[in-house]
Design a binder for this molecule. Structure first.
Ligand SMILES: [Zn+2]
Ligand SMILES: [Zn+2]
Ligand SMILES: [Zn+2]
Length: 260
């Protein structure tokens, strides 16, 4: 049973192009340089999980023909990963019947998301008839079993913010990372495919830079590594030259199959 991953978005918090920017990436005519805010779709059998619900969710779901979600997993609560929560509404019905949707996240992620989208986490239909998402929060506090799979959350730090990566089989998805604790490296052994954020050339207080991401990827040693969550100022073609063998920049719409 293979796991499939689709990149819904591979851009940083502004997306690419950035409104009003004249840099080489933002002015590029290469479709690879159009990057919506980062999120991925994971699927196995007929199960579909969305990792992060960013502000581009509606456009991403239309582009990729997403019709149904079984669960949503949030890495952290920053706006570029959660501001599409209202657009989950369309996935909370089956025909005309309400179908509450599970949203998993670590404690700080859920606390923030529920404060900002309190109406969306009421799992009962509003008696006044106002339509809203029907989300059921489930806190991540260690490995969990769902939809026929064992899932291993990977605790990482995004500056000081605790952020969740996810390992499913031989695939790990880690975004918005600045530090990987030693105990989390132990959870990342024997990977076939690693997806890791790599923001930009210059250092950043809450994100790994290119060189830092390359060092982390080498230490983890997956068979293949895809970088994601890019800032602007470098094109896809530029990144192909910049990154070493075994590490490739992902792009919006890229599909991976991870064999088991
Ligand atoms: Zn982000
Ligand atoms: Zn730019
Ligand atoms: Zn973030």
């Amino acid at each position: 049973m293979s796991i499939h991953l689709r990149f819904l978005g591979t851009g940083g918090s502004f997306g690419i192009p950035i409104v009003g920017c004249d840099c080489v990436a933002c002015q590029s005519s290469d479709p690879m340089d159009n990057r919506l805010r980062s999120s991925v779709l994971l699927s196995w059998d007929d199960r579909v999980v969305l990792v992060d619900a960013g502000p581009d969710l509606r456009a991403q779901a239309l582009r990729e023909g997403v019709r149904r979600l079984d669960e949503v997993w949030l890495t952290h609560s920053h706006a570029d990963h959660t501001n599409g929560i209202d657009d989950l509404r369309v996935f909370c019905h089956e025909g005309k019947e309400p179908r509450p949707l599970i949203v998993r996240g670590n404690p700080s992620t859920l606390t923030d998301a529920m404060a900002r989208f309190s109406y969306a986490f009421r799992s009962e239909v509003d008696p006044s008839g106002v339509s809203h998402p029907l989300l059921v929060p489930i806190e991540i506090d260690g490995p969990f079993h769902t939809l026929g799979r064992q899932i291993v959350p990977i605790p990482v730090l995004h500056g000081k913010l605790p952020c969740s990566g996810f390992r499913i089989g031989n695939l790990a998805y880690l975004t918005d990372v600045s530090t990987i604790p030693e105990s989390s490296y132990a959870l990342l052994e024997g990977l076939d495919t690693l997806v890791l954020s790599a923001l930009r050339e210059e250092p950043h207080p809450t994100h790994l830079s290119f060189d830092e991401s390359i060092a982390v990827a080498r230490r983890i040693g997956a068979r293949r590594t895809w970088f994601t969550h890019f800032a602007h100022r470098i094109t896809h073609a530029g990144m192909l030259e910049r990154f070493p063998d075994g590490i490739r920049p992902a792009w919006d719409g890229l599909r991976l199959e991870i064999p088991e």
